[in-house]
Design a protein around this ligand. Structure first.
Ligand code: NAD
Length: 496
């Protein structure tokens, strides 16, 4: 059994089994047996279940939020806005949009002279059994959230939640059961890394969210089985503050988007580059705001601003990054230590006089820290922002929107917000995924559901000719004519 601990208090809040190979095989067999009927239920039949789940979430909001808070030690507001709020929206979104994204598509037959007059169709078939493996920072959003489009596409799903935060996933299974999901379609495989690795042996597709290191292991295992894998990995999101920015807005956002969820957001602002003319004002404002944040075990709504470090060993990473920066000459303006007393907390921390020799500017810290670096101009900011193995997201802050967009297009990341951050994640029609070491593939949008499908192309010939003109015995004449036709169509002089 795995003991689940509330990191804010140290209290044991649950125990879950560590599933082994035999139990996984059984879950997979149940999923495979149930999948054909679930697929046959059609979009309307599946949407009915998913919409009931949306209502269930709203009816059980307090229980959902309390469960997330109990196993993460995050603030009530963090759980409400993300794990609860995102999921309510996502259930409605996929229930409505799945049919549109997965509708048959027609391809024009004139794309080849050989197929003129034929019907060409692209269609999407569920892969069958999807394995979703999730991290601990958002036990519903980044785990169950990815199961919703997989289910709406007509798949069975096995979710392997993080061993640190499995209770929320079990609650989601209870919800789907009460909302009429047929038995076997959704299973939760509680367990640790070994359970996650074993799951890959049973499924037709893997959706993984977690660290870059584990992502590589998952990709290797999926490659061995030749099954698709989609990877949403770590990040080191840069914020670029231009001299013409609304400094008050940028500073408030910097404090918020680096400290929400105690910095344990893949798209957290992890480093800021600020043009020299507004640097002092920006730093002053951020430090003042962060100094005023209340931290401690959450005791209901509004009780604290910054919650716990969910996985206590992560405290060592955060502390190591700050110590390394200080040893290399950085200055801590506020915070900079583990919080004394019970629970797993790191003080909200603002650091200046940083550079790229420091882990704090290069590695994913995943804690409530914001290092701020002064830059001479936006050229230097772009160069430094791109000087990273990661490429998840970034933000640009300027009153000149055209310039902001031009800068955004030069950033080597999967998403850029201008005068905002993180909010793109809440728009489910907008693809989200990392470049470089931050992942492969995207979630959300059409690609966010088609990835759980196999594509099938159909070529349908309507005419009752007994043979095509390029077949025997006409081949010699028609292929010569076709050659002339191709030369006329694509030859030099027409299309260059
Ligand atoms: P992790 O990589 O340690 O673990 C993630 C999951 O993988 C867990 O369920 C774990 O049990 C499982 N696992 C571990 N080894 C495995 C293996 N060999 N095969 C299969 N599964 C295995 O990540 P974490 O520490 O739980 O999460 C934090 C990380 O997740 C951060 O790097 C964060 O940036 C990233 N993250 C990314 C996104 C995104 O959308 N890009 C979102 C949230 C979190």
């Amino acid at each position: 059994m795995i003991e689940v601990e509330n990191p804010a208090t140290g209290e044991i809040v649950g125990r879950v089994p560590r599933l082994g190979a035999a139990e996984l095989a059984e879950l997979a067999a149940r999923g495979r047996a149930a999948q054909p009927d679930w697929a046959a239920a059609g979009f309307a039949g599946r949407a009915a279940v998913i919409r009931r789940a949306q209502k269930w979430m709203l009816d059980h909001a307090d229980r959902v939020i309390e469960t997330v808070v109990s196993e993460t030690g995050k603030t009530w507001e963090d759980a409400q806005l993300t794990d609860f709020g995102y999921t309510v929206v996502a259930l409605g979104f996929w229930a409505k949009q799945a049919a549109r994204y997965l509708a048959d598509e027609r391809v024009p037959s004139r794309q080849s002279p050989l197929t003129l007059g034929k019907r060409l169709v692209v269609r999407y078939e569920p892969v069958g059994l999807v394995g979703v493996i999730g991290p601990w920072n958002f036990p519903i959003v980044n785990s169950f959230g990815d199961c919703i489009p997989a289910l709406m596409a007509g798949n069975s799903v096995i979710l392997k939640p993080s061993e640190v935060t499995p209770l929320s996933a079990l609650l989601m299974a209870e919800m789907l059961g009460e909302c009429g999901l047929p038995a076997g379609v959704f299973g939760v495989a509680t367990g640790d890394a070994a359970t996650g690795a074993a799951l890959i042996d049973h499924v037709d597709c893997v959706m993984f969210t977690g660290s870059t290191r584990t992502g590589r292991a998952v990709a290797r295992a999926a490659a061995e089985r030749l099954i698709p894998c989609h990877l949403e990995l770590g990040g080191k999101d840069a914020m670029i503050v231009c001299a013409d920015a609304d400094v008050a807005r940028a500073a408030n956002a910097a404090a918020y988007y680096s400290m929400n969820n105690a910095g344990q957001v893949c798209i957290s602002i992890e480093r800021a580059y600020v043009e020299a003319p507004v640097y002092d004002e920006f730093v002053q404002r951020v430090a003042d705001t962060v100094r005023g944040l209340r931290q401690g075990p959450p005791e209901g709504a509004g009780s604290v601003d910054v919650g716990a470090i969910i996985f206590p060993p992560q405290l060592d990473v955060v502390d190591e990054h700050v110590r390394d920066a200080v040893a290399k000459g950085a200055r801590v303006l506020t915070g900079g230590h583990r919080r004394a007393g019970a629970g797993s907390f790191y003080e909200p921390t603002v650091v200046v006089d940083v550079d790229h020799s420091m882990e704090l500017m290069r590695e994913e810290t995943f804690g409530p820290t914001l290092p701020i670096m002064k830059v001479a101009d936006t050229e230097e900011a772009i160069r430094l922002a791109n000087d990273s193995p990661y490429g998840l997201q970034a933000s640009v802050w300027t009153r000149d929107l055209a310039r902001g967009e031009a800068l955004a297009r030069r950033l080597e990341v999967g998403a850029v917000c201008i005068n905002d951050a993180q909010l793109n994640y809440s728009v489910l029609g907008l693809p989200m995924g990392g470049w470089k070491d931050s992942g492969i593939g995207t979630r959300h949008g059409a690609g966010g559901i088609r990835k759980y499908c196999r594509t099938q192309s159909l070529l349908i010939t309507r005419f009752a000719l007994d043979r095509e003109p390029f077949m025997f015995p006409y081949r010699r004449a028609t292929t010569r004519a076709l050659g002339l036709f191709f030369r006329a169509l694509y030859g030099r002089g027409r299309r260059g």
